[in-house]
Design a binder for this molecule. Sequence first.
Ligand code: PLP
Length: 360
Amino acid sequence: MTRVFNFSAGPAALPVEVLEEARDQLLDYQGSGLSVMEMSHRSKQFLAIAEQAEADLRALLAVPEGYHVLFMQGGATLQFAAVPLNLLGEKSSADYVHTGSWSSKAIAEARRYCSVRVIASSESENFSYVPEPDSWEPSADAAYLHVTGNETIGGVEFHEYPDTGSVPLVADLSSTLLSRPLNVSRFGLIYAGAQKNIGPAGLTVVLVREDLVGNAAAATPSMLDYAVQAKTNSMHNTPPTYSWYIAGLVFKWLKAQGGLKVMAQRNRSKSGRLYAAVDESNFYRCPVRPADRSWMNVPFTLADPELDACFLEQAEAGGLLNLKGHRSVGGMRASLYNAVPEQAVDALIDFMQTFEADHA
Ligand SMILES: Cc1ncc(COP(=O)(O)O)c(C=O)c1O
């Protein structure tokens, strides 16, 4: 098989060991004679898979008592609506920090349900940084305060989260959850589409503090009501069983690697080396303020955008896949999720240096 490295932003690289285990179990899961894909979600075997996945996720993130862990559907995008529908209660407004394309989408969706106050924004600087929490102007009567922990397109990441007092902090951590340890108790609610660090698309992980559940607006579809999902162990309807199973294999793999501290060291090192290579050259450039650069998604541009197509073509020919930046910003983007190995970064840096020598 050709060795390639996948720098896709999502759906993204999965650990080879996970794919191998899934392959080995594809036709016959633990002697059952069935593929996990063919099992009832209510079967003993699948319930055991589901419970183990939840237990491993709780262990990895050291989720404190008092949080529901939900395995939902509809991606992070459906959570943009689920959050206000569930959390507004008697209140009519929520605070949002605007840091790029994904916060923009979360804000637009929330506006369908409530009055949104944008309490900080980096829009005037082309979303190249995270506004300092000191400069935020939070509202005391907000139902919650929403941040996008990692802007997958812009490559801007929160490296710390502020204490928001009695206003619950809600975070879209789609592209950063499981990349490092997290103090879950800081948050009222965390959500993440699975297709980056968690598993295949189709699954959405939600961690929500129990006291925030049970006040959904009357018109909330039951599928989106956290109380319904918590009560039914995320099985109000048929869940995406295979994605849930693969996510469970990823959690097991993460534990075997040494957990999130080890992931954090690797991710810091991988992204650090790539940023250093970009910063040391006069040919490549990263527009993001160094303190706020993402460990997961590294955007960079070439000195001459005319060379973009040639760069991508040669990268692909060398087995370096999916480096094209998002269509809204152009340039390049290397996504370095947990399953992307150190060698991928070495190969990319080598390629970039050779390309520069040939074209500068
Ligand atoms: C930060 C962030 N939020 C939300 C989304 C949307 O996720 P989904 O496609 O799962 O709805 C993405 C997708 O890439 C993302 O990166």
